[in-house]
Design a binder for this molecule. Sequence first.
Ligand SMILES: [Ca+2]
Ligand SMILES: [Ca+2]
Length: 92
Amino acid sequence: MGLENAMAGLINIFHNYSGKEGGKHKLNKKELNELLQSELAGFLENQKDLEAVEKTMHNLDEDGDGEVDFQEFMVLVAALTVACNEFFCEDT
Ligand SMILES: [Ca+2]
Ligand SMILES: [Ca+2]
C-alpha cells in the first residue's frame, strides 16, 4: 500500500464517522468516541471512559468550536503514529 492510499484511507475513515450527524466534516464527541473505539481500540485501551474522550476532544479542539475537524484529527493521528513508531523501534 502506497502513501497515497494510506492518506486516502485516513480521509475515508474520518468521513465515515464525521458524516454520521451534525456537521458532515467535523467529529462531535459521539462521533469521535465511535472512531476511537472502532479504529484505535489497540492504542487507546486505557481510554475507554467518556471522560478520557472528553479530554482527548478538548486537547484536539484547537479552534474551540467543540468539534474535531480533519486538521485537528490529523494532529492525533500524527502523534499516535510517532508514538507507535517509537514503540516499534524500542521493541526491536
Ligand atoms: Ca459530524
Ligand atoms: Ca475544532
